[in-house]
Design a protein around this ligand. Structure first.
Ligand SMILES: Cc1cc2nc3c(=O)[nH]c(=O)nc-3n(C[C@H](O)[C@H](O)[C@H](O)COP(=O)(O)O)c2cc1C
Length: 184
């Protein structure tokens, strides 16, 4: 049986939910998948895995430090593995900026292509996914910034629970993961 490892970092939970969805899709394709929150668990070895997926939420233009440190630590080995990277970020919610497609395009380049290039890695797939905004739990500063966007969020994205808006395309995430499963 093929084995996959998903290592993620998150601040508000989106990359964690996404990791679980990716894992489910891979498991449905018969790939044994382990999911690790890089902040909570140290990875001692990656040799046993046929596919490694590293994901992060984005804050102020940056990956979370834990998944990036994982890449840094294992970059030599990752260069020889099937590797995929994904991010969850606000810039991927294209319906919030319908007249400015360059926001998403530039973010994808910065958060994914440039990250891979920084560590001389050639991932088999790059996943550029949206955010889950939870107005019940977000910090006051985030709420201040997002309150103006709330009507646009409500008009364009699903309110999955009161005050929770999911800008991710879950079908696209599932499809991305299933395709990955065929590459190993
Ligand atoms: C303090 C803060 C800064 C953020 N900065 C960015 C940013 O620079 N670019 C972006 O696309 N999204 C940004 N976002 C949106 C997050 O990327 C989005 O909420 C994402 O889902 C976070 O992933 P996580 O829940 O896994 O941490 C920011 C969010 C917060 C709270």
């Amino acid at each position: 049986m093929q084995k996959a490892l998903i290592v993620y970092g998150t601040k508000t939970g989106t990359a964690a939910v996404t990791a679980q969805e990716i894992a489910q899709a891979l498991q449905n394709k018969g790939v044994e998948t382990k999911v690790v929150d890089a902040k909570k668990e140290k990875i001692r070895s990656i040799t046993e895995y046929d596919l490694i997926i590293v994901g992060s939420g984005i804050q102020i233009g940056c990956w979370n430090s834990e998944p990036e440190n994982f890449i840094k630590k294992y970059k030599q080995e990752l260069a020889k593995k099937n590797l995929a990277l994904y991010v969850n970020c606000g810039s991927a919610a294209e319906k919030l900026n319908p007249d400015k497609p360059e926001i998403a395009a530039n973010a994808k380049t910065k958060y994914l292509d440039e990250k891979a290039a920084k560590y001389n890695l050639k991932p088999v797939a790059l996943g550029f996914f949206g955010a889950i905004y939870n107005f019940n739990t977000m910090s006051w500063i985030m709420r201040k910034g997002m309150e103006n966007e709330r009507s646009k969020l409500a008009a364009n994205y699903k309110e999955t629970a009161p005050g929770v808006y999911d800008t991710r395309d879950i079908d696209a995430i599932q499809k991305w993961a299933e395709e990955l499963g065929t590459k190993i």
